[in-house]
Design a protein around this ligand. Sequence first.
Ligand SMILES: Nc1ncnc2c1ncn2[C@@H]1O[C@H](COP(=O)(O)OP(=O)(O)O)[C@@H](O)[C@H]1O
Ligand SMILES: N[C@@H](CCOP(=O)(O)O)C(=O)O
Length: 326
Amino acid sequence: MAVYTEVTDEALRAFLAAYPLGALRAFRGIAEGVENSNYALQTEAGDFILTLYEKRVDPRELPWFLGLMEHLAARGIDCPLPVKARDGQALRTLAGRPAAICTFLAGVWPRRVRPEHCAPLGAALARLHLAGADFHEVRPNGLGPAAWGPLLDRCRPGGDAVQPGLVAELDGALAGILATWPVPGALPTGQIHADLFPDNVFFLDGPEGKPRVSGLIDFYFACTDLLAYDIAVCLNAWCFEPDGSYNVTKAHALLSAYQRLRPLSEAERKALPVLCRGASIRFLLTRLYDWTATPAGALVTRKDPLEYLRKLRFFARAEGPASLGL
Ligand SMILES: Nc1ncnc2c1ncn2[C@@H]1O[C@H](COP(=O)(O)OP(=O)(O)O)[C@@H](O)[C@H]1O
Ligand SMILES: N[C@@H](CCOP(=O)(O)O)C(=O)O
């Protein structure tokens, strides 16, 4: 459920009057998503997405996110393009919240990931990294390694109720990850998506019925960080089966397609296992925090933190980059 802020017909029509998009034909709230309120809009000019940014997004950061999407779209990445109103501004206010209209992307996200999705995903990720190379404004990763210790501290009171011994296990895992995390400057950095999960990647059928990526959405965790960390996020999110096993075929397809466009350096290859453990603990911790801090009955879908504990354990046992599909 993600319509936190209701928008009346009258408010929307007044808001739209600032845009060169013609009259409103239809609009409806979109239930999917967890962070912001999203509405599908149809106007005389076509289909759009209206987003009202909710409490977890810092309004001061919105120009960076919208600027990145504009930059990437101008370089041929199929991502939402913020639509400017007649006064040239894409970021406005609606129902008391910061709001923007973006272009609508066709396609559907895969409810069940197949190996055929992973090569197009890898290529799309590499294209995203290459297209971001000349976007020079830096946004530090607010959910990077420096944030994991404080986040774990906030989970201490409730963590062991989710699974006995969890907090001690995470203390040990985090210490190991931080001790071997790449030092600044050791690996290529750039603009990363940082949350490229299946629900943020749309596909359409391409030639011979093979899936092709039609859109990447939800850039609101995007930041400037290690490019290979973005790959580690995708290996976590795309390459495990429902039974918890790692699908090396999917991982190999993803990594090979990525490397055809942006080959990894030796240092990136060596660092991939620890980056994967870092990505596991990042999603484990935000899910654990949400699990323990969300009041029962809140209109938010809580995601299972223990799914990422199983992934973390897998990566901790993995013997080198080759076992991850490199
Ligand atoms: N540009 C877009 N084109 C088409 N659908 C979109 C677009 N942006 C968002 N959506 C729809 O809205 C849903 C939630 O968007 P998302 O950005 O993931 O929200 P949240 O940031 O709240 O998690 C998506 O699953 C998709 O159905
Ligand atoms: N991908 C994260 C949650 C972020 O949600 P999104 O709807 O904004 O992608 C997770 O799975 O924990």
